[in-house]
Design a protein. Structure first.
Length: 115
C-alpha cells in the first residue's frame, strides 16, 4: 500500500464531516502552489490544515471539547438558569445571588444523573 493510499484510508476512517467553511479556498491553493516549491507547499498545506482543524475543533467543541448541545444535556439546570439570566433586566444581581448560593451549596451543580 502506497503512502497516498494509507493517507486516503486514514482520512476515510476518520469520518470527518466535510465543512466547506474550513476547506482551503481555491485562492489559498493557488497561492501555496505558485509561491512555494513542491516540498514547501506540501508541508505548508499540512501545517495550515492542522491549524484550520484546530480552530474548527475549538469553534465546534469549545475549550473542553464538548459541544454546546452536550453541555446543555450535561447541565440542564444550569442551562435553564443561563436562559433566564439572559432575560433579566439586571442579570448581575441574579448572578451575584447565585454565586453566593453556590458557594454555600455547591452540590446544586450536580449532573442530572447523580440526582
Amino acid at each position: 500500500m502506497s503512502e497516498i493510499e494509507k493517507m486516503r484510508r486514514y482520512i476515510e476512517k476518520s469520518k470527518v464531516p466535510r465543512t466547506p467553511r474550513y476547506d482551503a479556498s481555491i485562492n489559498e491553493i493557488i497561492a501555496i502552489a505558485s509561491e512555494m516549491s513542491p516540498m514547501e507547499a506540501a508541508n505548508f498545506a499540512f501545517v495550515y490544515g492542522r491549524a484550520k482543524g484546530y480552530r474548527a475543533g475549538k469553534a465546534e467543541g469549545g475549550e473542553d471539547g464538548m459541544t454546546l448541545e452536550e453541555e446543555k444535556n450535561r447541565y440542564p439546570n444550569l442551562w435553564r438558569v443561563a436562559q433566564e439570566l439572559a432575560r433579566c433586566k439586571y442579570p448581575e444581581k441574579v448572578f451575584n445571588a447565585l454565586t453566593a448560593l453556590l458557594s454555600e451549596e455547591p452540590e446544586i451543580l450536580r449532573e442530572e444523573a447523580e440526582v
